[in-house]
Design a protein around this ligand. Structure first.
Ligand SMILES: Cc1ncc(C[n+]2csc(CCOP(=O)(O)OP(=O)(O)O)c2C)c(N)n1
Ligand SMILES: [Mg+2]
Length: 332
């Protein structure tokens, strides 16, 4: 069932807008730097950038409380930064260094933080969805009032395990917000070529799970919807679906031939719907910040990102013996 959507709140403070601006810009600059390091051969393996989708995770984190959990796919750097993980540790992990969150042994898709309740980082499409419901099951069992944000893509939304999870989550009234980041493509396949009905937020109907579509290029709309979803879960009413309509500017991963869409399509989104430009304009129009102030913020963020790259480059590679630690089986 499509949930009723009240009008978006407009009484946002300058302080909150500045926070959103800073957080989204950190993700964008961090990802740009990751792209550069990849180009220089300092990042190996897969690397999926989040550029364009920043408002999704920043808006939803604004609706979260301490102790709430999050779990996502391989496109995970933005989620880590938005929940407060250290850019140094994330960049060091991307470059496979000892100072990384998984001691350099996980890379871009396999990072975790117990402290920030970030449960990864999952390379198998859709695999995080049942895991997210499991986290919510644990919280319900403990009765601690926590909510789990389980993020997945429009492509993953066509997987069978997602619907097995919806069924159990609804049956047991689990406190889980299913966040479908609909960036309109699954690798090189456009949503209209892979998805029989475009309204993915209605896919919970047969399980009695309410859902709504949200403008993912508007951080305020995302936060609003996030608050509705979280309130629903905390009241013990079970899961909630948010289909957040967004767009990725870069390729699926760093090795994307980019033949499935036009440059003009990407350019149009960047020029007309960019989420960071939107907040920038609200800051300027509302006289909450001057051009000078915003330049200073950009400089500050660039310095944080640049320091994370330096930290990563200076951190040593893991020692060879580390191959035999953090594994399930005993060495024979
Ligand atoms: C089970 C499985 N099948 C296929 C793949 C290869 N694969 C990686 S990402 C991806 C597309 C997923 O698209 P979507 O869910 O929309 O997420 P997005 O990449 O757009 O964030 C595919 C098919 C995989 N990693 N796992
Ligand atoms: Mg997608």
């Amino acid at each position: 069932m499509a949930a009723k959507k009240p009008a978006a709140k407009t009484n946002v403070s300058g302080e909150e807008l500045q926070k959103f601006y800073r957080e989204m810009l950190l993700i964008r600059r961090f990802e740009e730097k990751a792209g550069q390091l990849y180009g220089m051969g300092l990042i190996g393996g897969f690397c999926h950038l989040y550029i364009g989708q920043e408002a999704v995770v920043v808006g939803l984190e604004a609706a979260a409380e301490e102790g709430d959990k999050r779990i996502t796919s391989y496109r995970d750097h933005g989620h880590m930064l938005a929940c407060g993980m250290d850019p140094n540790g994330v960049m060091a992990e991307l470059t496979g260094r000892e100072g990384g969150y998984s001691k350099g042994k996980g890379g871009s898709m396999h990072m975790f933080s117990k402290e920030k309740h970030f449960y990864g980082g999952h390379g198998i499409v859709g695999a995080q969805v049942p895991l997210g419901a499991g986290l919510a099951f644990a919280d319900k069992y403990k009765g601690n009032g926590r909510v789990t944000f389980t993020y997945f893509g429009d492509g993953a939304a066509n997987q069978g395990q997602v619907y097995e999870t919806f069924n159990m989550a609804a049956l047991w009234d689990l406190p889980v917000v299913f966040v479908i980041e609909n960036n309109q493509y699954a690798m090189g396949t456009a949503q209209q070529r892979s998805t029989s009905s475009p309204d993915i937020h209605t896919r919970g109907e047969s399980f009695g799970i309410p859902g709504e579509a949200v403008d993912g290029m508007d951080v305020l709309a995302v936060k609003d919807a996030g608050e509705r979803a979280v309130a629903h879960c905390r009241k013990g009413k079970g899961p909630y679906i948010l289909e957040v309509k967004t767009y990725r500017y870069r390729g699926h991963s760093m090795s994307d031939p980019a033949k499935y869409r036009t440059r003009e399509e990407v350019q149009k989104m960047r020029e007309e719907r960019d989420a960071i430009d939107h907040v920038r304009q609200l800051l300027i129009d509302g006289k909450h910040a001057s051009e000078e102030d915003l330049k200073a913020v950009d400089k500050e963020i660039k310095a944080i990102v640049s320091a994370s790259a330096d930290f990563a480059k200076e951190s040593p590679l893991p020692a060879a013996e580390e191959l035999w630690t953090d594994i399930y089986a005993e060495a024979t």
